[in-house]
Design a protein around this ligand. Structure first.
Ligand code: AMP
Ligand code: GLY
Length: 424
């Protein structure tokens, strides 16, 4: 098979690494890819939202399957583009159509979906500019802290946790009346604050059948001890020690099954990954959010623990035969440390030369924000490298990944040395 992966981050590097190991894959392409993905396939300089360019490439290169990494092309309808095109419609795209991608693309949609299908989540109400006055009054009676969420995609910045009524009212006005997050905040979900410990559960579905992939925990804040600004993710571990069998059974019965059934009832033919962001409150799962894709850097910890042929799994999704796949999961623990550019998640400088990659022997280096320039590997993003190791236990995995993150060098390289140590 010829396979095209869309995206350029650590998640897509991991997909490429895994797919390249499958005897079913003849030619692998990654668009646009990064300095690392070139080791697994051929990088193609196409933007993930250039549907026409992607469609032409797929036809010219006889691609048999497209795996979409990030949410943006899904929410913008790349799968629908293929289905509406005579020559592309038979080529499987792994990732939902626009209707299914709303689980991530619209918080208002996902909250209504959860309410309709009795999926446990924080209580909420949605407001628009027309109902701003009601929203301000609603906040007066809401316990603190209170969570405000822009309805649409806001590059991970659309969630605000407000500690005071004044702050919440100011933010609600900024979002609805002054388009703080542009079109994304033309609707705002006001939501109850959940306490507990967060984790992510990943589901792969063909629309009828589903597989629950290993769970993972990511570390979003830039600073050690979970302090400072939110990032795309500074590290991850899988499995999650506090997500035991009993908890995961609750997640399956209360969240996964009703989600798959709900999608069917809504006539949403969902083929792809569902990322379920959960809060574990004293053993009870509550959904914080859905994403219509895999997580990053969770993918870097989850995929290396899957022992199956990944291409077989993706083919089964396309054919609606996922029930034929028996997941084989490594008992080992995976830990991932993300090495980021100085200044990230604020402004940072690109183009720094990366050295020391050859010093890493016990971990896999998944490139994220990197590019090749005259044979040198240079930084090209905030999150630069994801270093993943698989070890017999959590402690060994954390020690190894943290040590290996210290073995690469570029000017201003930064990483957290405390990833996962809270779980020991
Ligand atoms: P999201 O963009 O939906 O992933 O939200 C970003 C982060 O905000 C989540 O990972 C949580 O840490 C936090 N968050 C979102 N909703 C809630 C909530 N209802 N209660 C507590 N924390 C929340
Ligand atoms: N690591 C969180 C995300 O992928 O959204």
């Amino acid at each position: 098979m010829n396979i095209l992966i869309l995206g350029s981050g650590g998640r897509e590097s991991t997909f490429a690494w895994k797919i390249a190991q499958s005897p079913l894959c003849e030619n692998l392409y990654i668009a646009p890819g990064n300095a690392g993905t070139g080791a697994y396939g051929k990088n193609i300089p196409l933007k993930v939202t250039d549907f026409e360019g992607i469609g032409n490439f797929v036809l010219q290169n006889k691609i048999n399957l497209v795996l979409v990494g990030p949410e943006e092309p899904l929410v913008k309808g790349i799968h629908d583009y293929f289905l509406n095109h005579d020559e592309l419609k038979t080529i499987p795209v792994i990732g939902p159509q626009k209707d299914g991608a709303q689980l991530e693309g619209s918080k208002d949609f996902s909250k209504s979906f959860m309410e309709k299908y009795n999926i446990p989540t924080a209580a909420s109400m949605t407001f628009t500019l027309e109902t701003l006055a009601e929203g301000l009054t609603y906040l007066k009676h809401h316990p603190l802290p209170v969570v405000l969420k822009a309805d649409g995609l806001a590059a991970g910045k659309g969630v605000l946790i407000c500690q005071t009524l004044e702050d919440a009212q100011t933010e609600l006005k900024l979002m609805l009346a002054e388009s703080k997050f542009g079109e994304a905040s033309s609707k705002v979900v006001i939501e109850e604050f959940l306490t507990g410990i967060e984790l992510s559960v990943f589901v792969l579905t063909d629309g009828k059948n589903y597989l629950i992939l290993p769970s993972a925990k990511d570390y979003k804040r830039i600073g050690e001890g979970d302090t400072g600004l939110n990032t795309g993710g500074m590290g991850s571990v899988s499995p999650v020690p506090f997500a035991d069998e009993a908890f995961l059974k609750k997640v399956e019965n209360q969240v996964v099954i009703p989600t798959i059934k709900g999608l069917q009832k809504e006539k949403i033919n969902y083929k792809g990954f569902i990322f379920i962001g959960l809060m574990n409150t004293d053993g009870t799962p509550n959904v914080i959010e859905y994403n219509c894709r895999m997580g990053d850097p969770e993918t870097e910890s989850v995929i290396p623990r899957i022992e199956n042929d990944f291409v077989e799994m993706l083919e089964a999704v396309a054919l609606g035969k996922l029930k034929d796949i028996k997941l084989q999961i490594s008992a080992k623990t995976a830990a991932t440390i993300v090495v980021v550019s100085s200044g990230y998640p604020g402004e940072y400088i690109k183009g720094k030369t990366i050295t020391g990659l050859e010093n890493i022997k016990e971990s896999i280096v998944f490139h994220a924000g990197t590019e090749l320039e005259n044979g040198l590997v240079k930084t090209n993003g905030g999150r630069v490298l994801a270093i993943t190791t698989l070890q017999d236990d959590l402690f060994k995995a954390l020690q190894q990944a943290t040590a290996d993150a210290g073995r690469v060098y570029f000017d201003g390289a930064n990483f957290r040395k405390d990833i996962g140590f809270d779980l020991l």
